[in-house]
Design a protein around this ligand. Structure first.
Ligand SMILES: [Zn+2]
Length: 298
């Protein structure tokens, strides 16, 4: 893990993040007595599902427990497009979760997919097309884990449990690019992926959740229907569909943390996160927060 690279890898240092997360979950349990707030759509995102020692890898065992918890609590776990269509129809999408896997690591197919199939869940995988092509790579790995290849992506997309959507071409910090470069990352990844999948691509995921009004506009203009940020919170009818809120699930999360993330205990950013991202990425403000988003209802 190369900290300080101006690429877009994991955010807060893992041990600090875990400590803050646990404290907040304990506080959530005190306030809520552990009762889940199931109103609205919450989107959970993962990267890898693997036993590798990687701050982006949740173990297969832990992942299965987390999915079983969702099933036991009666959540509908649906694709992103379906969930957002429900919001747009004015439904509150209660007890609904959308699952995302960012970046397109092959271990998601090996370790997460069987669990999803077994439970009848669906999920969205966001892939940077250049990284899949091998023309770009993630700067935070000295040895990059295996990615899905195009043949697997097409086959899995057609099988239906996983749906593949766009995550730029080279996974840059879009905020640091020129207008033309930023537009190209957003537009070309849609065209590349549509060409590969033979269907229209609807969703965009801002790399590391870094975006501004410019990127939001490009995403809307190039024909995407929706885009996801890394700003936490619940999505309800009226939430800006080009900066949907999501919460990351981390390898160090306790079961209590997972419950709290699902149940409304982590709907705002961790303390220090904004400061850390400003220092690391040069974000001037929290770009996900400036438009039609409404605060969480709880
Ligand atoms: Zn990513």
């Amino acid at each position: 893990m190369a900290a300080g690279i101006p690429g877009v890898g994991p955010s807060l240092p893992p041990s600090l993040k875990a400590g803050l997360t646990h404290a907040r979950s304990v506080w959530w349990r005190v306030r809520s007595r552990g009762r889940l707030d199931t109103s609205g759509l919450r989107i959970l995102f993962y990267h890898r599902v693997s036993d590798d020692d990687d701050p982006l890898a949740v173990s297969p065992r832990r992942f299965r427990q987390e999915m079983e918890l969702l099933a036991a609590e009666g959540f509908r776990v649906v694709g992103l497009s379906e969930a957002v269509a429900r919001l747009e129809a004015g439904e509150r999408a209660s007890r609904t979760i959308a699952l995302n896997f960012d970046d397109g690591f092959r271990d998601v197919g090996e370790n997460a997919l069987p669990v999803l199939e077994w439970l009848g869940f669906r999920a969205t995988v966001f892939v940077p097309t250049g990284v899949i092509d091998g023309t770009a790579s993630f700067p935070w790995y000295s040895r990059q884990p295996e990615m899905f290849d195009w043949e697997e992506i097409l086959e899995l997309d057609q099988a239906g449990t996983l749906r593949f959507e766009a995550h730029s071409v080279s996974h840059p910090n879009l905020l640091l690019l020129t207008n033309a470069e930023s537009h190209r990352e957003i537009a070309d990844s849609k065209l590349d992926l549509e060409d590969r999948l033979g269907r229209s691509v609807e969703a965009f995921c801002y790399p590391a959740g870094l975006f501004g009004e410019r990127e939001r506009r490009f995403v809307a203009e190039t024909g995407y229907r929706l885009a996801v940020s890394c700003e936490p919170g619940v999505n309800i009818p009226g939430t800006d569909r080009f900066s949907l809120r999501r919460r990351q699930i981390d390898p160090r999360d306790w079961q209590l943390d997972f419950r709290a993330k699902v149940g409304g205990g982590h709907d705002t950013p961790l303390p220090l996160r904004g400061f850390y991202r400003r220092v690391r990425y040069g974000e001037h403000s929290s770009p996900g927060n400036g438009n039609a988003l409404r605060p969480s209802p709880n």
